[in-house]
Design a protein around this ligand. Structure first.
Ligand SMILES: Nc1ncnc2c1ncn2[C@@H]1O[C@H](COP(=O)(O)OP(=O)(O)O)[C@@H](O)[C@H]1O
Ligand SMILES: [Mg+2]
Length: 334
């Protein structure tokens, strides 16, 4: 593994305009994915994980979103400064696996139609419709179909040729997620962003999908950003893990170190909240993720923290390196 950075997010802050006012969601988010690693992004629902992923993918609607600060370096360019067409070219190098396999495939098209359109679109730089005017369309379609079959084969789908004629509704959740993983590999990406890809699946299917994902990541020499609220999943797939709370990064470390010896009071709370199979009592973290209308100027975790001091109310903690590769943003450590 080298130390070459695939993607670097620096000081990203994002607000949304809503009917009730401005919500200040992300605040100074910084994180990077190095070559060959899978970085986990964990935190409770509503902490800003998907907003972060959508920003990287360029699918955040602006407005209502507004990028207040930050840059995202990917393949030598600042993604946030690119025009839409420049971004479309570079975006082909980022594969995306969405959260919900049940709603992420258009029900009125067959798997073949969806995949072939996607392959043609991704390998052109222009839209599929421009291609329809091209006389060579049948040849292009044939090549795309062959590629679709190869991709389905890669994700261990039996009889890929038959699969092309099926509608999403004919497939189980696990099979749909395999199709989505196959689609994320279109265009040979260098980075894979997966947003809770196994959350909607039951645990036995989840295990197979996780194994498949790690295999593909290794085989295709990908790097990954893996979003999950499940610490067990993070432990099984992520090299390093970054914990987010209320739109801020609170702790980053190698996954085993982070889970065995969490430093930030929020991470400690998350680890304590994992239900034990032995039936032992477990505690959670009292309270909820705050709304983002009037977030605290100090530490955003302050209202729920059992170790907070007066300073935490007004002083925003910096993310500092407390040990090699271990970062924590908490006034207890600064
Ligand atoms: N388009 C939007 N308009 C207003 N608020 C939004 C919008 N998208 C996301 N948010 C808010 O941003 C916060 C973080 O959301 P999200 O990134 O989806 O959380 P999660 O960590 O569960 O993926 C939530 O409070 C959500 O309501
Ligand atoms: Mg989400």
């Amino acid at each position: 593994m080298t130390n070459h950075h695939i993607i670097t997010i620096n000081n990203l802050s994002i607000h949304f305009k809503t009917i009730d006012g401005i919500v200040k969601v992300l605040k100074g988010v910084s994180l990077e994915v190095k070559e060959g690693e899978i970085v986990g992004l964990v935190g409770e629902t509503g902490c800003g994980k998907s907003v972060t992923a959508k920003t990287l993918l360029g699918i955040l609607a602006i407005p209502p979103a507004r990028i207040i600060s930050g840059r995202v370096d990917f393949m030598g360019q600042d993604l946030l400064a690119l025009s839409k067409s420049e971004r479309n070219i570079i975006k082909q190098k980022i594969g995306y696996i969405p959260q919900d396999p049940m709603t992420s495939l258009n029900p009125v098209f067959t798997i073949g139609e969806i995949m072939i359109d996607n392959i043609i679109w991704r390998s052109s730089n222009m839209s599929f419709y421009c291609y329809c005017y091209n006389r060579r369309i049948s040849k292009i379609k044939k090549a795309a179909q062959t590629h679709a079959i190869e991709l389905l084969h890669k994700v261990n789908i039996p009889e890929p040729e038959t699969m092309l004629n099926k509608y999403p509704v004919e497939l189980s959740g696990g099979m749909r997620q395999r199709v989505l993983i196959a689609m994320s590999l279109i265009g040979d990406p260098v980075l894979l962003i997966a947003d809770e890809p196994t959350t909607a699946l039951d645990v036995t299917i989840q295990k197979g999908i996780l194994r498949l994902l790690s295999e593909k990541i290794e085989e295709q020499r990908l790097s990954g950003l893996y979003i999950t609220h499940d610490l067990g999943v993070a432990r099984s797939i992520c090299t390093r893990t970054c914990v987010m709370y209320a739109g801020t990064v609170v702790e980053v470390a190698e996954t085993s170190a982070l889970l065995d010896e969490p430093l930030h009071p929020y991470t400690k709370g998350l680890v304590r909240s994992i239900p034990k199979l032995s039936g032992e009592e477990f505690d959670g973290i009292p309270g909820n993720v705050p709304d983002y209308f009037n977030p605290s100027n100090g530490c955003r975790f302050f209202p729920r923290c059992d170790r907070s001091t007066e300073a935490c109310e007004s002083e925003s903690p910096r993310l500092i390196e407390v040990d090699k590769g271990r970062f924590v943003a908490c006034n207890l450590f600064d």
